[in-house]
Every structure is written in C-alpha cells, then in structure tokens.
Design a protein around this ligand. Sequence first.
Ligand SMILES: Nc1ncnc2c1ncn2[C@@H]1O[C@H](COP(=O)(O)OP(=O)(O)OP(=O)(O)O)[C@@H](O)[C@H]1O
Ligand SMILES: CC(C)(CO)[C@@H](O)C(=O)NCCC(=O)O
Length: 378
Amino acid sequence: MVYFSSNSICSGDDQKNGFLKDGIDTVNYTVLSGRLHFLKFETTKISECMKFISTKRLQEYGDKDDEASASDKNIIKATGGGAFKFADLFKEKLGIILDKVDEMSCLVAGANFLLKAVHQEAFTYLDGQKDYVQIDHKDLYPYLLVNVGSGVSMIKVDGDNEFERVSGTSVGGGTFWGLGKLLTKCQSFDELLELSRQGNNRVIDMLVGDIYGGMDYSKIGLTSTAIASSFGKAVSENKELEDYRAEDVARSLLRMISNNIGQIAYLNALRFGLKRIFFGGFFIRGHAYTMDTLSVAVNFWSKGEAKALFLRHEGFLGALGAFMSYEKKGFTDITHQFMEQNSSVPKSSFCSEDGSESSTRAHVRDNECIECRVQVRN
Ligand SMILES: Nc1ncnc2c1ncn2[C@@H]1O[C@H](COP(=O)(O)OP(=O)(O)OP(=O)(O)O)[C@@H](O)[C@H]1O
Ligand SMILES: CC(C)(CO)[C@@H](O)C(=O)NCCC(=O)O
C-alpha cells in the first residue's frame, strides 16, 4: 500500500524555484509537501489493511465518483489480483470502489518513477558489497524488469508506458515460501529467510566436486563448488527429511529458486540485448543471500556483460504505479505530479515513522516514507 500525507502547502517561491516540472501550469495546481508512505500487509491479513485505511480515513482522500453526490462513492486505485479479489469486500465494509489498474503497467510506472525520481534507489549487490548506482535519465531504457512476487514476470521496458511482458515463470516467491513451509515447518516467511541465512546448501545440493571427485570441470567452466544438482545429494543419502537441518534445506531452496530466476532473467536479457536487469517484488526483501545469488547467476551466465540491480522499494512497484495513475485517468480531485526530491538533503529523504534515518538499509521497513511534494489539481 502506498499513500501520501501532506504536512503543508508549499510556498509560491518553492514553486518558482524549480520544484515544478517544466510545462506545468502552476496556476491550476497546488503543491503539497509531505510524505509518501509504504506499508505491506499479507493477503491473509486484508482485514488489518482495511482497518488501517478506515482508522486513518484514507478512503476520503482518493477520488470521488462524479456521478454520485453521496460520500459513499470513494474510489481508490488498486492493482494486481487483489484489486479483483477484494473488490466486493472493500465495497461492503468500507464503501470503497476499487478502481482496477493494470498490473504490468503499474509495475513499469512504479519502477520508472523510482529510477528517475528517488535518490539512492537502485543498487548492485555482490560479495556482500552494496553499491548505489546513479541512473542517467537519458540512458535508462531499455531494461529488463523482473518482478519476483508469488510468480515472476519479466518485462522489457523501453520507455514511459512502453513495455512488453516477454516472459515469466511460476517458480517464484510463492514457490520458495510454499515449499519452505512444507519442508521446514516454518510459520512465517521471515523465519524461513532467517533459517536460510544460517544454513549450508552444500549439505543437500550435489556439487560438481561431488560428481568429479573433488575436481573442477574447468573445460566447461564449472568449478568444483558449483551446484551440479540442487537437492541432488538427498537422492543417494539414506536420510529422511528430519535428518536434515531446516537451515540447510531453507538455504538450498533459496539458492535453487534464486539461481533459476537469475538464469531465466539473464536469458531474456540476452534475447533482447539488455544490459541491465532490475529485480523487484517482495521475494527479494533486501535479503543478502537472495541478492547475491541473483547477482552471481546474472554475472556468471552473462560473463560479466549484464548487471543485476535491486531496488530499495522493491515490493511497492505496483502500488506506486497505481497511485500515480490518478494523474493519467484525468480524475478530477487529485492529480499527482511528483517532484524530484531535493537531492541536497539526501539524509532527510528517507524517514521512518519513528524518525530514524534509514538510507543504509537495503529495503524499506514498514511504514517507512519518502519526503516528497505532490502536485494537486485545484
Ligand atoms: N512477510 C511475508 N509474508 C509472506 N510472504 C512474503 C513476506 N515477505 C516477503 N514475502 C515473499 O513475497 C512473495 C509475494 O510477493 P509480492 O507481494 O511482491 O507478490 P504477489 O503480488 O503476491 O505475487 P504476484 O506478483 O505473483 O501476483 C511471497 O511469495 C514471499 O516469497
Ligand atoms: C500471474 C501473475 C502475473 C500475477 O501477478 C504472476 O504471478 C506471474 O507472472 N506468474 C508467472 C506466470 C508465468 O508466466 O508462468
């Protein structure tokens, strides 16, 4: 979920000082300064999400149905399967009409916005080293956007609202979480991730060295430590699931899924000659081992030609894109036109609800927010 809260109306001087985008008629717009908030709720906890909306009375600040005079026609933008699945529930419980926005265009709009407007959004991650990448706006396209949610969508992005979903795989975050739950009896995704951090995949994965008597197979570029077969050791060992440590199972699973996604992403990048692959979706969760595995896979298969990049707001692309679509649809009440953040104050660009600074973290915590300005049509 993404929402904006304003704390003040910017002065006319601010407007003149270049916060506004070129070509926008400032007479018809008011600029609000405030915060863009990012929150996530698991699908099973949709009632918590609705409670939050209703406590903060967020529905009153969406759009209004022009044809309805009563205030019970609050419209908020929503994307993805949830926009369909929960439409009746939102209408019934909160009187909210979910205005469905296409999932793929939202992902792309969200990614493009983040890459163009948010300071320190994209970074590479290799060998535990995180490096922010300065994106040249003129040199952003084309790129491959890989959104790893429950399933995985791969989208070739050529410009603003110019894209094609070129591939996908059903082996994604849902596979990791679903299989992990069955195999380790973990009760939460975070617990599974934590287990994977402590595990050793070599206990279960069959390595090239296991097959080649400890040797590399250098003729085809495989070191002895490369995985020859994920979970392959379980075939020949006379062990039951209970004989393996849950940590090791979780680690092998994470490695298998991430490797596979990294490889398919690389193949699609190769197919279209794309050098940059941005990974988004909540599967990533700024998790070091996940990002490292994806980076290694892309780096290994492309022989260093392609780069895996990650996004701080990885899981919010769709929600952000939906939020920004108020502008496109021409709804009357709100038009959002984001201002680039004032890059001279990077430290204050990110803040969490408790006020702590967070620019060094790899992913966004609950209700972390971005200081920004939003243009509202008068
Ligand atoms: N706290 C969490 N609880 C459950 N899953 C989580 C959590 N944090 C991260 N995940 C991972 O995120 C995945 C869902 O990601 P996301 O919300 O981006 O996609 P989605 O919208 O459910 O899927 P799709 O894009 O396929 O429709 C889960 O399958 C799981 O791997
Ligand atoms: C079905 C969606 C688009 C829903 O978000 C996603 O889960 C996905 O891209 N799954 C992979 C489907 C496939 O291309 O095989």
